[in-house]
Design a protein around this ligand. Structure first.
Ligand SMILES: [Zn+2]
Length: 399
């Protein structure tokens, strides 16, 4: 591995070929085979997370959030390999939600760091199912039906940036809202839903292309013959996100989802909240007070259900590889290029894409991964992430 002026070398993460990556003005200008470039480092695109509610002790739902706090969260995300993400806002009163988005947009516009790191916005709610189990950590009393006016307002407030919206297609007016959202360039993912198979299919016809954190936002006990998991898996045309921490989705279901769906239809997200990349303790997620213990599970105090995760993207890559028994390079793609492609932004190691990449070197004993992280061509983090909590098989180590 070598890093010079606007150039880095290593092995391409997908095919192992030695390459030299060149960039200028924050964008990749060349990806060249280079026989002299071999070494212990892999070159991979920066991790891209479509659902981050907070990180490094910072809750993105908090009122009056300062640019410095957001930059602190970005710095923490980068130490774990995530160079770009969709800042995620959850269900709230509509006007409060729009005011928060407006404020965050202004903070982003004023900061070069935030501009490169926040690829866009994910608005999860308030057009969700209020049914017990399906609403998850969202307040059902604040949920409502979508309307064309609200969708237009959302697009106007978010500006030109990539925009993802999670909604439940069984809500009144949802199909019209999905079609309008698509025409305005908003990506629609279905989630926090108990929609029928017919409603899911109609949502896909109207323009929905994703399903948010499959296996979560549903009750603990489901009808074994007919439930939202089977219906979603049986609906063609949806890119499905999974939280790969081994808890939000059991390892067996995790593997089965990969077998059931087309190769490129599964990608990963952390759904991280403030406790991710931070020590155990009490953290907020909007109006909710949550507790995170040493096992890194996020729950309301004294309750059993999950509310967001304390997962980091790099841990997700290696946990997914361990669950699937595949090399980490395969799961890295599902946490970088695939979600970026789905959102419609360039995410791979390709000419014209942002020079957001990681130099990666896994260590065997004790299991860990060394990272050098670049955003817009600048080195922004160097870290060693402990992977001892993860049972890595031979394939997952892939060193
Ligand atoms: Zn959710």
């Amino acid at each position: 591995m070598a890093i010079g002026l606007q150039r880095a070398t290593g092995r391409h993460y997908l095919d192992g070929e030695p390459i030299t990556l060149r960039w200028a003005d924050g964008r990749i200008t060349a990806v060249e085979r280079d026989a002299a470039a071999a070494g212990g480092w892999w070159l991979a695109p920066g991790l891209f997370d479509v659902q981050v509610n907070g990180f490094g002790g910072v809750d993105f739902q908090a009122g009056g959030l300062a640019a410095a706090a957001l930059e602190q969260a970005v710095a923490a995300l980068r130490r774990f390999g995530c160079t770009r993400f969709l800042l995620t806002l959850i269900t709230d009163e509509w006007d409060a939600l729009m005011a928060r988005l407006e404020r965050l947009k202004l903070l982003r516009e004023a900061s070069a760091t935030l501009k490169t790191a926040i690829a866009g916005w994910h608005v999860e709610g308030p057009f969700l199912s209020p049914e017990p189990g399906y609403h998850g950590a969202h307040d059902p009393s604040l949920m409502r039906d979508p309307s064309p006016e609200l969708i237009r307002e959302l697009r106007a407030v978010a500006g030109e940036s990539p925009l993802l919206m999670t909604l439940a297609p069984e809500r009144d007016g949802a199909l019209e809202a999905i079609a309008l959202a698509r025409s305005l360039g908003i990506t629609i993912s279905l989630g926090h839903t108990n929609a029928s198979a017919e409603a899911l299919a109609a949502a896909v016809r109207a323009g929905a292309t994703g399903f948010t954190h499959l296996g979560n936002a549903c009750p603990q006990l489901l009808d074994r013959h007919d439930n939202i998991l089977w219906r979603a898996l049986d609906t063609p045309g949806l890119q499905v996100s999974l939280i790969p921490d081994g808890r939000h989705v059991s390892p067996a279901l995790f593997r089965l989802v990969h077998r059931a769906l087309p190769r490129d239809a599964v990608f990963y997200t952390t759904d991280a909240m403030a406790a991710a990349g931070a020590p155990p303790g009490r953290y907020s997620l909007g109006r909710l007070e949550l507790e995170v213990g040493t096992a890194r599970i996020v729950r309301p105090p004294g309750r059993t259900h999950f509310a967001g995760s304390a997962l980091t993207a790099i841990e997700g890559v290696f946990r997914a590889a361990a669950m699937l028994g595949v090399p980490w390079q395969e799961t890295w793609r599902r946490f970088s290029e695939l979600p970026a492609d789905w959102i419609g932004v360039p995410g791979g190691l390709m000419v014209g894409a942002p020079a957001d990449f990681c130099l990666v070197r896994p260590r065997a004993e004790p299991p860990a991964v060394e990272l050098r992280v670049f955003a817009a061509g600048q080195e922004v983090a160097q870290s060693v992430v402990d992977l001892r909590g993860i049972q890595l098989g031979q394939a997952a180590r892939g060193a």
